[in-house]
Design a protein around this ligand. Structure first.
Ligand code: SF4
Ligand code: SF4
Ligand code: FES
Length: 191
């Protein structure tokens, strides 16, 4: 749309697939049914039909971190409507990240915080799951709160990060770094 000269005031965010602002329904000409997608991560093709979807209208609760270890009641305190889930699966069907959202809601109901945190790890907070929920559940918001609780109360050692730091300290990337530093400024974009 930008390349065609349209000025877009809404539905544009990070352009990197992480903010969830650019949700669309897209139907390539060779497919019968449309699918939700993030516009910034979708390649346009000849004859593709695209319609924009509304922004997230769900409210975020002012959810504090508890003093003691959290339980599912901690989640219900701020997102009580989660109990009303009727397992219709609409939220899972619409998620552009293909998260099994309903299973995440079920994990909330079971009080399995680590499972909820893991399940919503790739959530981009587009809010479509809440928009389609007849029971007014806000799966993404309760999922994000569970991720916060999990990080605060059950921190895990970031082993991949620590391994990478060790590799850097041991000089594994020194040759590439030297190449980069020696490159002229016009070359740096290509390194
Ligand atoms: S759309 Fe709502 S009621 Fe249906 S499964 Fe998802 S959270 Fe439950
Ligand atoms: S879980 Fe909900 S808010 Fe997160 S990406 Fe999927 S539809 Fe969007
Ligand atoms: S603009 Fe942020 S995900 Fe597309």
């Amino acid at each position: 749309m930008w390349h065609l000269g349209h000025t877009l005031l809404g539905k544009v965010g990070c352009l990197g697939g992480v903010c969830g602002a650019c949700t669309v329904m897209a139907r390539p000409s060779d497919q019968a049914l449309p699918k939700t997608a993030l516009a910034c991560q979708t390649m346009v093709s000849e004859g593709m039909e695209i319609s924009f979807l509304p922004s997230d209208a769900s409210k975020k609760a002012l959810a504090l971190l508890p003093e003691a270890a959290p339980s599912r009641d901690t989640l219900f305190q701020y997102y009580p409507e989660t109990r009303r889930c009727v397992a219709c699966q609409a939220c899972s069907s619409i998620c552009p990240q293909e998260i099994d959202v309903m299973a995440g809601v079920r994990d909330v109901l079971m009080g399995d915080l680590p499972a909820v945190a893991e399940r919503f790890d790739s959530c981009v907070m587009c809010g479509l799951c809440a928009a389609v929920c007849e029971s007014t559940v806000r799966p993404h918001r309760v999922g994000l709160y569970a991720r916060r609780l999990h990080g605060a109360f059950y921190p895990q050692t970031p082993s991949h990060l620590l391994d990478r730091i060790d590799e850097i300290s041991a000089g594994r990337y020194q040759a590439e770094w030297s190449d980069l530093m020696e490159a002229s400024s016009s070359d740096k974009g290509n390194v």
